[in-house]
Design a protein around this ligand. Structure first.
Ligand code: HEM
Length: 522
């Protein structure tokens, strides 16, 4: 019979035995990953080559995009940042990985996004045929005709935006309580106000009504939920096994709670919109999504799938556009020469603010688009690396062969700051996007464009690019037409390199610049 002492000895022996097995297994895994693994020849940080916890940590710090930049500075074009993951900082890799002919699918990373099994969205769908069906249905909501139908709603939110930033308490021309010309507004944190504008636009174009955050501070909690939910997805996506083991509940309980709140909010918004049905004059996105049938299969979206779309549109459509918008303000105010030139151009081109809308006159303002693009180059709204998994047969990328199962990607922020394509990469210089000026010949512009991908490219590239440019160009031009502006302090929003600082949460968190507005005198 075993005594108490011998039971303890046995337990101790078992623990020692199991720990030894665990230790030996981990040691063998580490040796394999560092020496025999097919990616062992590629350089990278030691911890990253050993475990995906490296990426979880970088994501937690919000500096993953900056880390990719530093890693490529240190190791060169190719970096192994995870045991099975490769980052390539080149324009060739960009077109080969994300282009239409590529032999990849979205990586397991994206399985962290759906709220439930089956609630895959156009964005998170990994299966290529599932994605193709969703994209065909969703594209109907983004057609040129659909966009023209939505423009009046976008304009209505932009009008509210241009009133609110100038401290006008009521829509233009009503109630007569406008501030006299010559008086500066209260300082506005443009990171916040850009969020409110893009979020309200999204409500209007997707759900049939503005979310009304510009005018009603009580509604602004939803803007914060969007960011917190994105952060949760981003952290758990780095290492999907965390979720399988239930560790996400222990590591990120607060974010998980906020993400659950966000999903409830998104479902409630969808239900409200579904009650409105399709018997309405308003041709918003859900009008198309509720009606749409895949031209090839005849299938529309189930309620579960609509919920998935609602979740992605709330995040992908708002936090991205707002970053591009506030970043453009930041750079124009830090480079007053461009602010002056662009303001003059806009005021010379349009006789009245209401003339500023989609059309040839706006398209012809090359400097306007270049100022926005250059802001997105320096501070990309999706700054990190969008991971793709190599499919059967492997794939050649930029002259290297990668076997099936390898996770590959191009780090957007690092590519946008690669001096091979962007000389003086940290300087704000919109002229690099304009052909025919003294600095940039058309070959130079082509090179710049070949390494510029804020919307990504190919079959998984952004479907909302047209809406985003519509909102960004019209809102910026209208603001410049109406207002003079000045920085309250130059530090708000600036990172250590002096540029507009982002926290990478898949999309981006930002603050500032702090700006005051004054109605133009003439
Ligand atoms: C400046 C604004 C925007 C930027 C920089 C941007 C950026 C991106 C990027 C980089 C992707 C690829 C993501 C990935 O591969 O994981 C993407 C996809 C997507 N974006 Fe945008 N986006 C913007 C605005 C919008 C807007 C306004 C909408 C909708 C109203 C939208 C809806 C989507 C959707 C649905 C996808 C998934 C497409 C697919 O996988 O087929 N985006 N966006």
């Amino acid at each position: 019979m075993l005594t108490h002492v011998s039971w303890s000895a046995l337990a101790l022996q078992s623990i020692t035995y199991i720990s030894s097995i665990g230790f030996v297994t981990l040691l063998c895994l580490a040796i394999y990953r560092l020496t025999f693994h097919p990616l062992a020849k590629y350089p990278g940080p030691l911890i990253g080559r050993l475990t995906d916890f490296y990426s979880v940590y970088q994501a937690y710090a919000g500096e993953r995009h900056l880390d990719f930049y530093k890693l490529h500075q240190k190791y060169g074009k190719v970096v192994r940042y995870g045991p099975n993951s490769i980052s390539i900082n080149s324009n060739i890799a960009l077109s080969e990985i994300y282009g239409f002919k590529s032999n990849v699918k979205k990586a397991h990373f994206y399985s962290a996004f759906p709220a439930q099994k089956g609630a895959w969205s156009t964005h998170s769908a990994i299966d290529k045929s599932l994605h193709a069906r969703k994209r065909r249905v969703l594209s109907q909501a983004f057609s040129d005709a659909a966009m023209r139908g939505l423009q009046p709603h976008i304009l209505s939110v932009i009008r509210t935006f241009t009133e609110v930033i100038g401290d006008f308490p009521s829509p233009l021309g009503l109630n007569g309580e406008k501030k006299a010309t010559g008086e500066w507004s209260e300082p506005k944190n443009m990171g916040r106000y850009a969020n409110y504008m893009s979020y309200d636009v999204l409500g209007d174009v997707c759900y049939g009504e503005s979310f009304d955050t510009l005018e009603s501070p009580d509604n602004r909690f939803a803007v914060d939920l969007v960011a917190l939910s994105s952060k949760y997805h981003f952290l758990t996506a780095q290492m999907p096994d965390l979720k399988k083991l239930g560790l996400h509940r222990v590591l990120f309980p607060d974010l998980l709670a906020q993400r659950t709140r966000f999903m409830g909010y998104s479902r409630a918004r969808l239900q409200k919109r579904m009650q409105l049905g399709t018997d309405t004059d308003r041709r918003d996105f859900f009008y198309f999504l509720l009606n749409a049938k895949d031209p090839e299969t005849g299938l529309g979206f189930s309620t579960q799938e609509l919920w998935g779309e609602s979740n992605v549109l709330l995040i992908a459509g708002s936090d991205t556009t707002s970053t591009a918008f506030s970043a453009t303000f930041f750079y124009l105010l830090h480079y007053p020469g461009y602010l002056k030139d662009l303001t003059k151009l806009v005021r010379q081109t349009f006789d009245d603010v209401e003339e500023i809308e989609l059309g040839q006159k706006l398209n012809d303002l090359k400097l306007l688009r270049a100022c926005i693009d250059e802001a997105m180059r320096l501070s990309p709204p999706v700054p990190g690396l969008l991971p793709r998994e190599v499919l059967e047969g492997g794939m050649d990328i930029d002259g290297m062969h990668f076997p099936m199962g390898t996770v590959v990607g191009v780090p957007i922020y690092a590519l946008h700051h690669n001096s091979v394509y962007h000389p003086q990469p940290f300087v704000y210089d919109p002229s690099r996007f304009i052909a025919g000026n003294e600095k940039a010949g058309s070959d130079r512009v082509k090179l710049t464009q070949s390494a510029f991908c804020p919307f990504s490219i190919g079959s998984r590239g952004c479907i909302g690019k047209g809406v985003a440019y519509l909102e960004l160009t019209v809102a910026l031009a209208r603001t410049l037409w109406l207002y003079d502006m000045k920085l309250v302090d130059s530090a708000t929003g600036a990172g250590p390199d002096g540029n507009y600082a982002l926290k990478d949460i898949f999309v981006a968190e930002k603050t500032g610049p702090l700006v005051q507005f004054r109605r133009r005198a003439t």
